[in-house]
Design a protein around this ligand. Structure first.
Ligand code: AMP
Ligand code: GLY
Length: 421
């Protein structure tokens, strides 16, 4: 089988890495990491011009833009929703409407296009205040704050278009939820939901969940607090009803539904839905998937998902190495060193997220999230230790990363030497 992966980040590198077990992979446009093996190549050619048996679309923007529809209209097999289903991620207000129809437990919300009514609503809310851009903002359009003044200023900045341009012309103000966060990615073939192993992502830039939101600074899987009962509950209450609600609207959803959840004292509640693999969740979920990943994704794309997903009991941890200035204004062009030493650490793979080759062929930073240092291990503690050892061996001016990825979960599940039951 030949699979075309669309995208250029760490998620797409991870996809290429696992798909290459059983398929030839061409990534468009890809990055320097996706062009390094015999079975995975990168090309700047647009997906429409690439011959493949299956197309897997990584990022949300081309999905919202209808790339899956265009490829399907040409008779190609695609994993990823059409523009109709991708609207779930393209408009938070629409997502909330569909979740409401489907009876999915989620934070109460209201959408606003004018400043005054939004401020009046905020004044009646209680902290934490949650203000979101309606449109796409690369994971950075969300403010969660205990300060009413900060929330009010954010409403004004978003609605004026100053902060996020047109994506902010409508804002969603939500009830603030508290609890542990969980990401559950599920493969869908239009009717059937196949949950993948849960993961936890770390959205804030700083240790202890401080600083601004990012696209995600690291992740791990499995998640000890999310056993099979949590997964079953989420599938039954949040994912299956959503897929059914989409079908009622005439939407044949074939792709990944990614439920971003908060495990509240009242049970799991949906914070958001995404229409694709999470980044960096894919980097820790996909490597744990046993067997023929290309075959499994092709089944979902073809509306005949029959196989089950089997996961190794080994754990996976990824630590995102970010560029100086990320998330506001990442610096590009810094020379990266230590890649070989780092990837030689047992169980470690370096997924490229924002790298480029300069004119002299040297690897340089080319985005906010630069590298995903990913390690497997028999326990979370072992995977974590390996990931951090490997992370310490990579250098460029201004590199920064969180030191607490998977720390609490690893401490809760036992030491490095002990194997998981
Ligand atoms: P989103 O882009 O919608 O996933 O939001 C980014 C992050 O903001 C989430 O991962 C949460 O940490 C936080 N967040 C979003 N919505 C809420 C909410 N209703 N209550 C508390 N935190 C939230
Ligand atoms: N890790 C968050 C996201 O993919 O949106």
């Amino acid at each position: 089988m030949r699979v075309c992966v669309v995208g250029a980040g760490g998620r797409e590198h991870a996809l290429a890495h696992v798909l290459a077990r059983t398929a030839d992979v061409v990534v468009t446009p890809g990055n320097p990491g996706t062009a390094t093996s015999e079975r995975t190549i990168s090309t700047p050619a647009p997906p429409e011009e690439i011959e493949a048996d299956l197309y897997v679309i990584g990022p949300e923007a081309p999905l919202v833009d209808g790339l899956a529809d265009r490829l399907r209209a040409d008779g190609r097999l695609v994993l990823g929703p059409g523009a109709d289903g991708a609207r779930l991620e393209g408009s938070k207000a629409w997502m909330k409407e569909v979740l409401g129809d489907a009876g999915v437990p989620t934070a109460a919300h209201r959408a606003f296009t004018a400043v005054e009514p939004a401020l009046q609503h905020l004044a009646t809310a209680s902290p934490p205040y949650v203000v979101k851009t309606d449109g796409l903002a690369a994971g950075k359009g969300v403010l969660v704050t205990g300060s009413l003044a900060e929330a009010a200023a954010d409403v004004e900045a978003k609605l004026s278009g100053r902060a996020f341009g047109p994506a902010g012309h409508r804002v969603v103000i939500e009830e603030g939820l508290t609890g542990e966060e969980l990401s559950l990615l599920a493969l869908c073939d239009g009717r059937r939901v196949l949950p993948l192993a849960p993961a936890q992502d770390f959205k804030r830039v700083g240790d202890g969940n401080t600083g601004p939101n990012t696209g995600g600074m690291g992740a791990y899987s499995p998640v000890p607090m999310a056993g099979p009962d949590v997964v079953d509950t989420v599938v039954e209450r949040a994912v299956e009803p959503l897929l059914a609600a989409l079908r009622r609207r005439g939407i044949d959803y074939r792709g990944v539904l990614y439920a971003g959840l908060m495990l509240t004292p009242e049970g799991p509640r949906v914070v958001e839905y995404n229409v694709r693999f999470g980044d960096p969740e894919a980097q820790v979920v996909l490597p744990r998937l046993v067997g023929d990943v290309a075959g499994l994704l092709a089944e979902a794309a073809d509306g005949r998902l029959r196989s089950d997903a089997t996961f190794t009991s080994d754990a996976c941890v990824t630590v995102v190495l970010a560029a100086e200035g990320y998330p506001s204004t990442p610096r590009r062009g810094d020379k990266i060193s230590g890649m070989d030493e780092s990837s030689a650490v047992d169980g470690v793979v370096l997924f490229h997220a924002g790298t480029a080759s300069d004119e002299a062929g040297r690897l340089v930073t080319a985005g906010g999230r630069v590298l995903d240092v990913t390690a497997m291990g028999s326990t979370l503690a072992q995977a974590r230790q390996r990931a951090y050892e490997a992370a310490s061996l990579v250098h460029w001016p201004g590199v920064h990363y969180r030191r607490d990825i998977a720390a609490a979960a690893a401490a809760a599940t036992g030491p490095v030497a002990e194997s998981r039951p």
